[in-house]
Design a protein around this ligand. Structure first.
Ligand code: C2E
Ligand code: MG
Ligand code: MG
Length: 748
């Protein structure tokens, strides 16, 4: 800071305004008479003035401290000269603003060069003494007054001592407090004269970086050069924003380089102030926040990762996706893909072995999946048993299929979890990241593909296609149409005869009720709409309707003469999962009057797998009512012999896919033979499905299979057509005569 500036600061601090000066003069009783008095003696006291100066310099020479300042004749004569002027001015005035300023400036200079106040006071005492002498001469009163002056000046010195000591103490206390607070806060301090680029940094500021103050230079360059390149712009912007008044203070976190080259997270705080017109100064503190940052980062990590597997979680996926999409937007970007992965039948593991084992399985699966990835790919636990993989930087999207295949293969070897050996499979949906998927985002597209992979039999991958999307759309439309179909009376039942083969002429013993849906004037295949009903849950209401309808119909035919006619009805797994299902069936039987023994309920193997405990309980209850249970489509699913023993089954239906190959195809023949043999040996009735040709019939007969259905006998038909058959008005395919051969089944 320039000298003049320093003096101006001091003046402000002294705070002598017009009012203060006039008050002081009033208290001194200063008046025009005083001016006149002094003026009158001015000339007469010239010799006394000169004498005083001689005396003063002689005295100053006697004390070592003052002698050191006034030590050569040239200085002495210059000082005497200016002192002479000064004392003249003191005597004569005028005591105006200039006078006051000059006095203050001289006092400031003296203080700066180290002239102690006591020499000052002593000089004034000597001056008054000499002037007294000059006015009164050696008068007894003047001698006494001279002595009094000495005592008074001694006291003035003491009074000033106490005042200044007390002020110094207050200042020191506050400084000590400040220093203590600083030590406690452990903060570094900085003080920057922005326009002169003079920077003061405290020792602590430097030591935080394992540096000494003098290693940092005196300008801001030493500071900014150590700021992390990624953070420098931000810091400068924060400083500028505050200097321009857009922020109330500077408050900014950034990284700064330590002596050893590593970076430290710090928080800089500061405020700017204006000095004069155009000078700015900014000062503040700097705090080491590395620990706080580390804790924060740990929290952030925890918030974006799954605690069980340690993988990134869904929140993190959102970030990764956003970044990947941004990269995709750039020119020359390579392909990227999402894999949506779901464990097949994980619920079964959780339910049967407990969540603890389930957790181990998830961890192990995550580990194996992770091993199929390259660095730069991401594996995310999406939730539950769902994982998502983000594959970046692919040459072509087919590479994603290769990764998916690797993942499927990685789960081939069984998992060893504690004492359990578990076979776990996954299904995978694949979607390209960049793809505009007809309104779907990539994740939804991959999810849709996953759904397809599951529907196609699990343990495989499927890649998203626009047809898939169209299909899903179609599915949705179907679902909404289906939800209204029951109320609109769009459903109907057809019945397919099931025939007994043990006589020369097969004869009709049962019918299988099959659901039909007439939508917009067109018949929709049950293979299409039944899964749809199952998914929406509408199958419960529709299933009830089918049962009620079929039971009533067959009971009607029984009463009309087909007394031994049995009725087969297909069930969905969701129906079996209802706790009150058996009771509902009992009600329906009661309402229709159909004997329980006339009802056959058909279930498939996959239904038995869904929720075995509930399903088993339900099936037992149904069996105890006297209802017959048939295992439908046997051979197409797991064909588990365990199920045949465990569940209370009465009938086994051999799937039409085997029958259609007989007798020409060797495998079909062998499998059909094995299934028929298996059923018979377990004491079950065996029904062959899909009999279309007389060769099929011959084969079945030769294998001892007693029951069959298929187009050879009759397609599924509406009730009126069956009634024409029963009445003998009509005969379809080869059935007419068969009915004749079976009096019990003919109409009265
Ligand atoms: P499913 O229970 O195995 O029914 C037999 C299917 O084979 C019927 O198909 C029938 O028309 C067909 N079929 C019969 N004989 C022959 C033949 O000689 N050759 C060929 N190629 N096919 C033959 P549909 O009616 O299309 O029904 C398909 C499936 O839909 C049924 O298979 C059944 O699982 C399901 N389904 C039908 N109605 C219902 C129902 O009311 N409830 C439930 N839950 N499922 C039903
Ligand atoms: Mg069936
Ligand atoms: Mg079947």
């Amino acid at each position: 800071m320039g000298n003049e500036q320093e003096f101006q600061d001091l003046l402000q601090r002294v705070g002598l305004d017009r009012e203060e000066i006039s008050q002081r003069l009033r208290f001194l009783d200063w008046s025009a008479a005083d001016v006149e008095q002094l003026g009158r003696h001015s000339a007469g006291l010239q010799p006394a003035h000169a004498g005083f100066l001689e005396q003063l310099y002689q005295r100053l020479g006697e004390f070592p401290a003052t002698a050191a300042i006034v030590n050569d004749p040239a200085t002495i004569s210059r000082l005497k000269h200016s002192q002479g002027d000064y004392y003249q001015r003191l005597w004569n005035g005028p005591y105006d603003r200039d006078y006051v300023l000059d006095r203050l400036r001289i006092g400031w200079i003296h203080q700066k060069i180290g002239v102690d106040l006591k020499w000052y006071l002593g000089a004034y005492r000597l001056y008054l003494h000499e002037m007294l002498d000059g006015l009164l001469g050696a008068h007894p009163a003047s001698t006494a007054f001279a002595s009094l002056l000495k005592a008074v000046f001694f006291d003035i010195g003491l009074a000033l001592d106490t005042y200044s000591a007390a002020q110094r103490k207050a200042l020191e206390d506050s400084e000590a407090r400040f220093a203590r607070a600083l030590r406690g806060a452990n903060d570094g301090l900085w003080d920057w004269h922005v326009d002169h680029d003079q920077l003061y940094l405290s020792e602590r500021w430097a030591s935080m970086l394992e540096l000494h103050r003098d290693q940092l230079g005196s300008g801001s360059a030493g500071w900014f050069a150590r700021v992390h390149p990624d953070d420098l712009g931000g810091l400068r912007r924060a400083i500028d924003a505050h200097l321009q008044g857009s922020t109330p203070s500077l408050h900014h976190e950034y990284r700064i380089r330590r002596h050893n080259g590593s970076y430290l997270w710090v928080l800089v705080r500061g405020v700017a102030e204006r000095i004069g017109q155009d000078q700015r100064r900014m000062a503040g503190s700097q705090t080491d926040i590395s620990q706080h940052r580390a804790a924060q980062e740990q929290l952030q990590h925890a918030a974006r990762h799954d605690p069980l597997t340690g993988l990134a979680n869904r929140d993190r996926l959102a970030e990764l996706l956003a970044q990947a999409l941004q990269r995709q937007g750039r020119a020359g970007a390579r392909e990227a893909a999402l894999l949506f992965i779901d464990l097949d039948r994980f619920k079964l593991i959780n339910d049967s072995l407990g969540h603890h084992i389930g957790d181990h399985v998830l961890v192990e699966v995550a580990r194996r999946l992770g091993q199929c990835l390259r660095p730069g790919d991401h594996l995310i636990r999406f939730g539950g048993d769902e994982f998502v993989v983000l594959l970046d930087d692919l040459a072509c999207i087919a590479d994603a299929e290769r990764v998916a295949q690797r993942m499927l293969d990685s789960l081939q070897p069984p998992l060893q979890v504690q004492e359990h050996q578990l076979v776990v499979s996954i299904s995978i949906g694949i979607a390209a990241l960049s793809e505009e998927n007809a309104g779907l985002d990539s994740l939804q597209a991959a999810d849709l593909a996953l759904y397809r992979a599951k529907a196609a039999g699990k343990a495989q991958f499927a890649r998203y296609s626009t047809e898939m999307q169209a299909q899903a759309q179609h599915q949705l439309e179907l679902q909404s149409a289906l939800s209204r179909a029951l109320a609109r009376d769009e459903f109907s039942l057809v019945y397919q005869p099931i025939c007994q083969l043990d006589q020369a002429q097969p004869y009709l013993v049962a019918v299988e009720a099959l659901l039909r849906w007439q939508h917009k004037g067109q018949a929709v295949s049950p293979l299409e709409f039944i899964p749809c009903l199952e998914e929406s849950g509408a199958i419960l209401a529709v299933g009830d309707w089918v049962l009620r309808q079929a039971c009533a119909q067959v009971r009607h035919w029984q009463l009309a003469g087909q007394t031994a006619l049995r009725c087969s009805v297909n069930l969905s797994s969701r129906q079996l999962q209802q706790a009150d299902f058996a009771a509902r069936v009992a009600d329906i039987l009661r309402e229709s009057g159909l004997p329980p023994a006339s009802l056959v309920l058909e279930i498939t193997e996959s239904q038995l797998m869904e929720d075995s405990a509930q399903t088993l309980a339900c099936l037992r209850e149904l069996a105890s009512l006297g209802i017959q249970l048939a295992l439908d489509d046997f051979g197409t699913g797991y064909s588990s012999l365990g199920y045949l023993k465990r569940f209370p089954l009465h009938i086994l239906k051999v799937d039409k896919s085997f029958i259609s190959g007989t007798p020409e195809d060797g495998d079909s023949r062998l499998i059909s033979r094995a299934i028929i043999g298996l059923g018979l040996s377990l004491g079950l009735e065996v029904v062959a499905e899909g009999v279309e040709r007389s060769e099929h019939l011959d084969f079945l007969r030769s294998e001892g299979c007693r029951l069959a259905q298929g187009y050879w006998f009759s397609r599924p038909r509406p009730p009126v057509e069956l009634e024409r058959l029963f009445s003998g008005e009509d005969c379809f395919e080869g059935l007419y005569c068969l009915l004749q051969a079976q009096p019990a089944l003919s109409l009265p």
